[in-house]
Design a protein around this ligand. Sequence first.
Ligand code: ARG
Length: 467
Amino acid sequence: MTEGGGGGEQLWAGRFSKPPAPEAHALGRSVHFDRRLASQDVEASLAHVRALQDAGLLDAGEAARLEQALSEVGEDIGEGRFVFHEADEDVHSAIERAVTEQLGDLGAKLHAGRSRNDLVVTDLRLWLLAAGRRIDRGVVALAAALVARAREHAATVMPGTTHTRFAQPVTLGHHLLAHGWALARDLERLEQWSNRASTSPLGAGATAGSTLGLDPDLTATRLGFHRAFANSIDAVSDRDFVQEFLAVAAICATHLSRLAADLARWTDPALCWAELDEAYSTGSSMMPQKRNPDTAELARGKVARIAGDFVTLTALLHGLPLGYHRDLQEDKEPAFDAADTLELVLPALTGAIASLRFDTDAMRAACDDEGLYATDLAEALVRDGVPFRDAHRRVGELLKRLDDEDRTLRDVSEDEWKAFGVPDGGQLLDPFRSVDARDLSGGPSPGSVRHQADALDAFLRVRPVSP
Ligand code: ARG
């Protein structure tokens, strides 16, 4: 940011006989972070100029000159040429100040019927809605990568786990799609949030609108919002569109964290089920042999700050009376941080997933663990009419006896299986047979995985273009 001289006075200086103390000014100044709202501020200001013209407060020539000046200031800021002054409190006052410097009295007409209270929250809604669209695309890309890998591995068997202990055979595709479905819910949440957030506050003024005959509905349409505010006090007070965005972001980051945890676990040399591509691994500064899963670990850890951003907003808002308070200036940094963090994590995880090398032989070999088939054996007894509790106990007792005899299920003879009541028991100890047999809809069989992949792909293809 270019910083200019200390000259100039506050927009509100008329009522005052002295300038703010430097330390009070430093506390209040937000331009170093809210300059990210510059293009939204120009966009909102252009819509406001049109509203002033519609209300007969500007003629066509005046409106055109204001539009020209606003666009130039927007370009200057965008290209880093704009000089922020020490007296500029925030990006909104800096833009108005620059327009007024160019146009004199005409520039001074810009702020009629609006307040920074409705302007700042209009800008932030526009910014967050655009960030939401970028995040939506990032989540879609990650989910699509998961679906593609799931299709490749619809029939790859692996031990499914509970409590991280081997539980029952599943397919790798089924496990990958479990992450995909969580992301689908994130996309739904983002869409619902953006529909609610698409409300224009412009025209609400400081808290009670204005007497100038501005049309908030027309302004809302011009800015691409779904609707204008229903209540001017609510319009300037409401920050639940930020809080809700952060809640949605925190849930999505939680899903990314859990996916990253699986990556770290699968690529653990103790398990060796997968290997991260070198492009998504890091070395150690001391130990030459190391290839560490830092990408996965950071994706796992970043949820902490996004959850913190949600807590920050909740702490900021609770107990705050309605109306604008300067406290609300604190809403922006958590919002920017959460959006930036998701935009950082999503492509890195997508690349890590797309380039991950699975060791399908190691996963298959891990399915030799015969305990994985204990539930299938119990269910074989149930199909013969044995009550499940008895079946569970009988398989448990068999496992205990084999353990005592230093044998495993694979050492049980055909006669013993017959005596046990499951004549084909030996053939049940097969991961492919096991996953094929669990062909319920939503289950781990290869057919179910392909069906789920089609359904998820269809969901990702019809993503609505968010407002
Ligand atoms: N920088 C302020 C914010 O972000 C703008 C609104 C200032 N309004 C006021 N009444 N002081 O909230």
